[in-house]
Design a protein around this ligand. Structure first.
Ligand SMILES: C[S@@+](CC[C@H](N)C(=O)[O-])C[C@H]1O[C@@H](n2cnc3c(N)ncnc32)[C@H](O)[C@@H]1O
Length: 348
């Protein structure tokens, strides 16, 4: 039997299929976690596949290093925040790429396997940082912000209706230094039975999002990811709550549109051109079988887009690759060579 801390990769086959993983391709896993998706990418991209794996949590990197040892120098693992995606890739000469995966949120290794305060079911210091070198912890937020500020976090990041009452109980109960004390305080505020989820679920989600700046980080990273994709490169995002999914959905919609003028504008003035193509028009959800086998997958939502390149961008990309010495002027452009726009083809 697997230990409870083992992370089962969510929507694994859907993610690999959506990434359209090819032999010899180059991929980025922005959230390497337990390395489950990464291992499947390596298997599918053999022979010759390469992977850059990122995680903000040094323990995840350590774990993934052991798990993915057999792939040797085909895998590069970096302990960093994915908001630095672009510079990580430039510094390691790892772009353009065939596919990028974000499997957001936290892993079972973090939820169960450590004492970092992510879980409302076990006693631990109220920490909740993915990266232990970051300064702000959940305890800082709970014990130093005003009642109104705490209420706002629980409302905006937890979508919790009882945000005022919970914030009021929290401020009366301070100092709150452990996960169980926080969970008990929430239960006292709202009662112990509220449908299928534990009453503290949304408050814990809100705090984790606030501590790790998760929504802002996602917005910043998505933009960088699109810039790193080669022609027909795929970007796949698995999110676990509607706040994340909304950011992904809106960004994909915007970047796959040829006009982003407000609806009332009669003729287009924005000059926006699509850089992405939607692959799954509506969101993909895990099948019932997966949800039964791994209940943590139940809220997963997968979206996928493909990079398209307009003529103007084609020239900029070609020039950049020439500048970086990745292609001789007038030569073939590696993974970009197969279907370049006809007018601007640089193929000999
Ligand atoms: C759901 S887990 C990924 C699991 C992984 N796909 C697997 O198959 O094992 C999410 C991981 O993303 C990491 N993470 C979350 N936000 C991050 C960020 N902004 N930068 C880097 N890593 C992040 C977490 O530390 C966690 O290890």
């Amino acid at each position: 039997m697997l230990p409870s801390s083992f992370h089962i990769p969510v929507m694994l086959s859907e993610a690999i299929e959506s990434l359209s993983v090819k032999a010899g391709g180059r991929y980025i896993d922005c959230t390497i976690g337990g390395g489950g998706h990464a291992a499947a990418i390596m298997q599918q991209s053999a022979p010759g596949g390469q992977l850059l794996g990122i995680d903000a949590d040094p323990k995840a990197i350590q774990f993934a290093k052991k798990r993915l040892k057999e792939y040797g120098s085909s895998i590069l693992l970096i302990n960093d925040n994915f908001i630095n995606l672009e510079s990580i890739c430039f510094n390691n000469d790892f772009e353009p790429v065939n596919g990028i995966l974000f499997d957001l949120g936290l892993s079972s290794l973090q939820l169960n396997g450590s004492s970092r305060g992510f879980s409302f079911q076990s006693e631990a210091p109220l920490d909740m940082r993915f990266n232990p070198n970051q300064s702000i912890t959940a305890a800082n937020i709970i014990n130093t912000l005003t009642e109104a500020e705490i209420a706002e976090i629980i409302r905006d990041y937890g979508q919790e209706g009882n945000y005022r009452r919970i914030a009021s109980y929290i401020t009366k109960e301070r100092p709150i230094k452990t996960s169980l004390k926080l969970a008990q305080t929430v239960v006292r505020a709202v009662g112990s039975r509220r449908g299928k989820i534990h009453p503290a679920t949304k408050t814990f989600q809100a705090l984790r999002i606030a501590v790790n700046n998760e929504l802002e980080n996602l917005e910043l990273a998505l933009k960088q990811a699109v810039d790193l994709l080669g022609f027909e490169g795929r970007l796949v995002v698995i999110s676990y709550h509607s706040l994340e999914d909304r950011i992904v959905k809106r960004y994909f919609k915007r970047e796959s549109s040829n006009c982003i003028c407000p609806p009332k504008v009669i003729s287009c003035t924005c000059n926006h051109t699509a850089r992405l193509r939607l692959i799954n028009k509506s969101v993909t959800k895990p099948c019932l079988k997966e949800v039964k086998a791994n209940p943590r997958s139940r809220s997963a939502r997968l979206r996928v887009v493909e990079r398209v390149v307009n003529n103007e961008e084609w020239f900029v990309m070609a020039e950049r690759l020439c500048f970086l010495g990745k292609v001789k002027a007038g030569g073939r452009i590696g993974m970009l060579s197969q279907k370049e726009p006809k007018k601007t083809s640089l193929v000999n």
